[in-house]
Design a protein around this ligand. Structure first.
Ligand SMILES: Nc1nc2c(ncn2[C@@H]2O[C@H](COP(=O)(O)OP(=O)(O)OP(=O)(O)O)[C@@H](O)[C@H]2O)c(=O)[nH]1
Length: 239
């Protein structure tokens, strides 16, 4: 089934293990709570086409593993992201304290213009709260982030978090602050080139090892293939 859309935005979901990233993605894509969610290994992938500000936008969402041991793998997926959900668990101060590290990674490894929304997840567990709304909203303000408290369990504010981020990116495109033509902006028009058409149809992504043989990275359009590198086709959906 072919889809048409005006823009494709690459999104990341980042934050500490157990904050509820996979459940948020699942709630957004399937409109239901993911029971028995296990730790994510590396990255998982989901996509959904939404209407924002009169435009059709395909959100290509990468759900990353929060566990430290996957950090080097997940970091290689940051490149070219247009938006990110930075997630902590309102019942876990530990996940809140780690936000600064996640934020530094996002700002340095993704595009400098990345639009980030802070999500205080597990809003339904208010009785066990360790982080107040006020404290987190101050953090968001100081760090130029949008902010919502969400619940992947009840679905509260989940759709809003993704749509608010997409709307902000669109506004930046319309005001000229973001250039969708710029490589690495995380924004694409529908697939035209052979590489993106192949990826779009097969859900396989062409990746390569980095300069020193480390981390798999997605290939960008127009990139030349080099004999010293190794190339792999990997599925977009990893679970
Ligand atoms: N009550 C409640 N529980 C939630 C919510 N979101 C996630 N959970 C639970 O929190 C646990 C972790 O959720 P995951 O979505 O797997 O967490 P994650 O951030 O993807 O974790 P990693 O993949 O290890 O990085 C699971 O037991 C979920 O059932 C929520 O909004 N409310």
């Amino acid at each position: 089934m072919s889809e048409t859309y005006d823009f494709l935005f690459k999104f990341l979901v980042i934050g500490s293990a157990g904050a509820g990233k996979s459940c948020l993605l699942h709630q957004f894509i399937e409109t239901k709570f993911k029971q028995d969610s296990n730790h994510t290994i590396g990255v998982e992938f989901g996509s959904r086409v939404v209407n924002v500000g009169g435009k059709t936008v395909k959100l290509q969402i990468w759900d990353t593993a929060g566990q430290e041991r996957f950090r080097s793998v997940t970091r290689s997926y940051y490149r070219g992201a247009a938006g990110a959900l930075l997630v902590y668990d309102i019942t876990s101060r530990e996940t809140y304290n780690a936000l600064t590290n996640w934020l530094t990674d996002a700002r340095t490894l993704a595009s400098p213009n990345i639009v980030i929304i802070l999500c205080g997840n597990k809003k339904d567990l208010d009785a066990d709260r360790e982080v107040t709304f006020l404290e987190a909203s101050r953090f968001a303000q100081e760090n130029d982030l949008m902010f919502l408290e969400t619940s992947a369990l009840t679905g509260e504010n989940v759709e809003e978090a993704f749509l608010k981020t997409a709307r902000t990116i669109l506004n930046k495109i319309e005001s000229g602050e973001l250039d969708p033509e710029r490589m690495g902006s995380g924004i694409q028009a529908p697939p035209k080139g052979l590489l993106s058409l192949l990826q779009h149809l097969t859900h396989l992504q062409l990746t390569r090892t980095g300069c020193h043989g480390e981390n798999l990275q997605p290939l960008t359009l127009g990139e030349r293939l080099l004999p010293a590198r190794r190339y792999y086709l990997i599925p977009w959906v990893l679970d």
